[in-house]
Design a protein around this ligand. Sequence first.
Ligand code: MG
Length: 203
Amino acid sequence: MKIICIGRNYAEHAKELNSPLPAEPVFFLKPDTCLLPKNQAFFYPEFSKDIQYETEIVIKINKVGKHIQEKFAPGYYDELTVGIDFTARDLQNRCKDKGLPWEMSKAFDNAAPLGKFVDKKIFADVQNIDFHLDLNGKTVQKGNSKDMIFTVDTIIAYVSQFITLKIGDLIFTGTPVGVGPVKINDQLKAYIGDECLLKVDIR
Ligand code: MG
């Protein structure tokens, strides 16, 4: 399986990183070694001094598809959750400054903690889901999927022009404003609505 991540999909977040708004979805991949088994601790890596959280709605692909039309995209996922796109911001900025790919800042081991999946049917509208992240009990990031620049269905249609989607593939749909650093002994809890679907202790 592969993990496809969308960048700059919320206008306020693009602004906080001084990034221009994209005219088309921006995506990058994380390998399956980014997965962090549910509720296990994340060990702060020695290669970075600025690991940041990005809280995102994550879609799980349920069938194989290529060149999926947007109108059929809803048939390609049944479940979603919330996940964290951990980013080594210092490495990312260093790569960006040199015009280099910044894969290393996103693709390191355990950089994609994933919550418990829930059936999308429990939501009246996938493009109107509240989610948030608490850091040590205080809410630090709050988003609603209605603020995505590109909807889940647009993303599926766009990405599947380039990459065949397979069963079990995950799509991280971008982070809202409010990204920030973690430190050792922090605890992250990610919620959809009032339900905590993911807990990560930083060690
Ligand atoms: Mg992200």
